[in-house]
Design a protein around this ligand. Structure first.
Ligand code: ZN
Length: 152
């Protein structure tokens, strides 16, 4: 199934102040991301596992869309955010990529000193024991807030 712009627009416009999509899309800001093991649906009709929570800055309405629609139609770039998230979810000693670190900080998942630490060490293969422990602790916190595993 294709990402259906009409269906997405029919969902977004009633939640927006403007009734013109090209104006309305600018009212929205990314406020959270999530990877689910179970399938969810984007308002466009596409089955998704990578969810982007967005909030309207003018009226406070909230909804979620898939990672493709958030980039393609809402115009919010997430880059390699989800690839980075999957990587640290499967290995908590892995380095988060730049997009993930930036968004994790902007979305409030990590503190400023953690942001600087992750940025400074994002290409490092060798860390001291203390640094590795810190990195794992930060990665675990990001994953706990963004990855929803099946309850079964
Ligand atoms: Zn979609």
């Amino acid at each position: 199934m294709q990402h259906n712009f009409e269906r997405l627009s029919e969902h977004i416009l009633p939640l927006s102040n403007s009734d013109n999509f090209h104006v309305a899309k600018n009212e929205w800001k990314l406020v959270g991301v999530e990877i689910q093991e179970d399938w969810d649906n984007c308002p466009c009709g596409q089955a998704i596992k990578e969810l982007c929570y967005i909030q309207n800055q003018l009226n406070g309405n909230k909804t979620h869309v898939g990672n493709v629609c958030v980039n393609q139609f809402i115009g919010i770039a997430t880059g390699n955010l989800f690839a980075g998230l999957k990587r640290i979810a499967s290995d908590n000693s892995a380095n988060a990529n730049e997009d993930l670190i930036l968004h994790a900080y902007q979305l409030g998942y990590i503190y400023e000193n953690e942001y600087h630490f992750l940025m400074q060490t994002r290409r490092k293969r060798k860390l001291s024991d203390k640094q590795m422990t810190w990195k794992q602790k930060i990665n675990l916190r990001i994953v706990n807030q963004t990855v929803v595993r099946k309850n079964t």
